[in-house]
Design a protein around this ligand. Structure first.
Ligand SMILES: NC(=O)c1ccc[n+]([C@@H]2O[C@H](COP(=O)([O-])OP(=O)(O)OC[C@H]3O[C@@H](n4cnc5c(N)ncnc54)[C@H](O)[C@@H]3O)[C@@H](O)[C@H]2O)c1
Length: 386
């Protein structure tokens, strides 16, 4: 609003306040205070330079002439230090909390930093858990203390890695189990998720889902058959949605009265594998359906976060860059020149291996990311930076 109009407004309000002062003696004090406030505002506006056009805004000088933050005072003798808690403004309390002890005002604060990433005393579900990224994350979840349920289309998981994980689980009194699942089959998805929630040990509640099931088809857009296009979207996007939907339905059924303000430790986290291909078109490969499906996954996480975060499920996506797995091996086999093209795009000058996603996924699944939802974590060796 231009200054002249603000002045007019204030002067009008002042006349009103003056009028109100005359007949009423009961509210004299309050009205008098209002009157003084308005006078001061008018005085200030008169003194201040006219506001520039918003696009040419110049910073207004600080009234006191002193730096605003105490700690930047140059005179050491005047250093008062910052208050531990903000003295003004809304307190950092949760909306429904009335207590002032730190357990309720910051429920995760007592967790030591090294336990922030722990997944102990919970169960994590993983789609695409038969090999590649999914199975690597499954092992990382075990090492972090969780029971794990892997689901995949493969008749059995990749044996070498699976036996290693089984052995680790047995030694550490943990469980890892394998369940056949086609993520595109709605009836099957509903059945498997319902079953997993029903049989689950109450002492280790299901609190996480990592979706890794995905396929990639390399084919120029002009030749892409509609069947193949639909197949990619069906597995990568619709399959991801079906699994997250079933997870959420069962989780909310099990946890109907979650107080999202205070029960931070009881909340769940969904991490969906998107891809940097959801952000860019990859040089050297034609994969229009895959990239569209992964862009869909990245967006899906935002919408699900909007709907579920306040009910107790955080939802985020992970966008990996190139990983050395069976999926990329097939592409490199077909087009060996891709290796050079991909290396040129990486600021780190290399492709990644599945183990490098353990940190990011544990972070997203655990309480370490308690204030993160509706976000996409891009872990691409700097590929998208250029
Ligand atoms: N490898 C990469 O460079 C790369 C990069 C970015 C994102 N990703 C994504 O990471 C995830 C894992 O890929 P990966 O590299 O480990 O490949 P992968 O092929 O080794 O693993 C994918 C898994 O998904 C399973 N799967 C496929 N269709 C399924 C279905 N209908 N139902 C259930 N399971 C199904 C496969 O059997 C396989 O075990 C995928 O979503 C992929 O798009 C991979």
């Amino acid at each position: 609003m231009p200054v002249s109009r603000m002045l007019n407004n204030l002067q009008f309000q002042m006349r009103f306040a003056r009028k109100a002062l005359r007949p009423s003696t009961a509210s004299l004090c309050i009205q008098h205070q209002k009157y003084r406030c308005l006078s001061t505002s008018i005085q200030r506006l008169k003194e201040e330079p006219k506001a520039a056009h918003p696009t040419k805004h110049e910073s207004r000088p600080i009234r006191s002439g002193e730096p605003v933050a105490e700690h930047v005072k140059e005179d050491e003798s005047k250093r008062a230090g910052l208050p531990e808690e903000p003295m003004e403004g809304p307190p950092p309390l949760f909306s429904s909390s009335t207590s002032h002890d730190s357990e309720t005002t910051a429920p995760l604060a007592p967790l030591p930093a090294q336990e922030l990433f722990s997944l102990k005393d919970r169960t994590i579900l993983i789609t695409g858990g038969g090999r590649g990224l999914g199975l690597t994350i499954a092992h990382a979840c075990l090492e972090s203390g969780a029971n794990v349920r892997c689901m995949d289309l493969l008749p059995e998981p990749s044996q070498k890695q699976w036996l290693k994980s089984k052995l680790y689980a047995n030694k550490n009194d943990l469980e890892i189990t394998y369940h056949y699942l086609d993520v595109t089959n709605k009836i099957q998805v509903e059945k498997v998720f319902k079953h997993l929630f029903e049989i689950n040990d109450e002492k280790k509640p299901i609190k996480g889902l990592f979706t890794s099931a995905g396929i990639q088809i390399m084919m120029p857009a002009l030749e892409f058959s509609i069947e193949k296009f639909r197949k990619v979207i069906d597995v990568d996007l619709t399959g991801t949605f079906l699994c997250t939907q079933s997870f959420a339905k069962n989780f909310f059924k099990k946890n109907p009265n979650l107080n999202v303000d205070n029960d931070l430790k009881k909340q769940a986290s969904i991490v969906m594998t998107g891809s940097m291909s959801g952000h860019i078109a990859n040089l050297g490969i034609e994969c229009v359906a895959y990239n569209a499906s992964k862009a869909g996954v990245n967006q899906l996480s935002k919408n699900l976060a909007l709907e579920w975060s306040k009910k107790g499920i955080r939802v985020n996506s992970l966008s990996p860059g190139y990983i050395r797995t069976a999926l990329t091996a097939a592409q490199l086999n077909e087009k060996p020149e891709l290796n050079e093209i991909w290396l040129q795009g990486s600021l780190l000058g290399r492709l990644s291996t599945p183990d490098e996603f353990r940190g990011p996924v544990l972070y997203l699944l655990s309480e370490a990311s308690s204030f993160m939802t509706g976000a996409d974590l891009l872990v691409d060796g700097g590929h998208c930076a250029t």
